[in-house]
Design a binder for this molecule. Structure first.
Ligand code: PEP
Ligand code: MN
Length: 349
């Protein structure tokens, strides 16, 4: 059998702490890393590392061990084999994952305190649960607006505090991880950085939840391998985000791969977020794709909203006005209910 660098050790329901300690010790003796996952009904230990070091038979004989199975997928901690139950991430008083649906909204870029505050107040009332906004912007052109940097982070932090919305913002550079983590509730790793392994490792060392975007040319498996980088550093709070991949269509910015939602959920326990704004690049397509994403089972939606999209310093064509966002939310609520999701919001809808 090909053990592919990982095995799952399932403990008996009556296993004691001493049994667990003995399993962990045996795994570590083999030179592997032990990752303990306590589910509602049973505890499992993921043993991950060099394939040549795996000795399943030496663990199977220990007291308290029910079974030992290979993890066939190249990603281990991200796989459903490792964790059968959905991961639910708590951010402030919001939850994302499982049956919990969070709407993350806000401007593409933080441009000013006033702009950010106007959007935050409107989206909070309309049912958003978290505020997004870029302070460090990955722009195709070096001559385009690059973001306000730390000043933008401070604005986000203040406005998030005033409106009761935890904040999500992108960290682009390993040198900024500590700085961004000081202000943000969720660290976003952008599509262009999905395979920046140094950055993934660094955010894996923080205790902040991470929103990891799919690269425009990345497969689902590559996305989950990138999630694995973060998880393997000890940060278990990772959500992945479908934001469109490069296809043949030119009238939209990217092609939204909505099948990725149930596709990922079938093989992984991580929450799945959908970003219809960057996927389509067109404000007229954002609401229909957001609704479809919720119907498909997404646990988060990420939508760009600007008080005056025509004057936006980045991504104007895809940003919704606050009125359009509110109209979208009115349609989204009954769909969420129909598919058994609870919307994470303080708004009375
Ligand atoms: C963003 O969400 O601000 C962003 C730049 O998105 P992406 O990395 O998906 O292009
Ligand atoms: Mn944007």
């Amino acid at each position: 059998m090909n053990w592919a660098g990982g095995m799952i050790i399932v403990l008996k329901s009556g296993a004691t702490q001493a049994d667990l300690d003995a399993v962990v010790a045996r795994v570590e003796e083999m030179g592997l890393k032990a990752h303990v996952s306590r589910g509602e009904f049973r505890t499992i230990v993921g043993a991950i590392g060099d394939e040549a070091r795996l000795r399943p038979e030496s663990v199977a004989v220990l007291a308290g061990v029910e079974s030992v199975m290979p993890i066939m997928k190249p990603y281990k901690l991200a796989s459903r084999d490792f964790n059968a139950e959905d991961t639910v991430i708590t951010v402030g008083h919001r939850r994302i994952g499982g049956k919990h649906l969070a709407v993350i909204a806000g401007p593409c870029s933080v441009e000013s305190a006033e702009q950010t505050r106007t959007v935050a107040q409107r989206i909070a009332r309309a049912g958003a649960g978290l505020l997004r906004g870029g302070a460090f912007k990955p722009r195709t052109s070096p001559y385009s607006f690059q973001g306000l940097g730390e000043e933008g982070l401070k604005i986000l932090r203040d406005v998030g505090g005033e409106t009761g919305l935890p904040v999500v913002t992108e960290v682009m550079d390993v040198r900024h991880v500590d700085l961004v983590a000081k202000y943000a509730d969720v660290l976003q790793v952008g599509a262009r950085n999905m395979q920046n392994f140094a950055l993934l490792t660094e955010v894996g060392h923080t205790e902040k939840p991470v929103l990891l975007k799919r690269g425009p040319a990345a497969t689902v498996e590559e996305l989950l391998m990138s999630a694995e980088y973060i998880l393997s550093e000890g940060n278990r709070q990772v959500m992945v985000c479908e934001r469109g991949v490069r296809g043949v269509e030119r009238s939209t910015r990217y092609t939204l791969d909505l099948a990725a939602v149930p596709n990922i959920q079938g093989v992984s326990h991580l929450p799945v977020v959908v970003d219809p704004s960057h996927a389509t690049g067109r404000h007229d397509l954002v609401a229909p794709m957001a609704l479809a994403a919720v119907a498909a089972g997404a646990q988060g939606i990420l939508v760009e909203v600007h008080p005056d999209p025509e004057k936006a310093l980045s991504d104007g064509p895809q940003q919704l006005t606050p009125d359009a966002f509110e109209a979208m939310m009115k349609e989204l609520v009954p769909i969420a209910r129909a598919v058994g999701r609870t919307l994470e919001t303080d708004a009375k809808l």
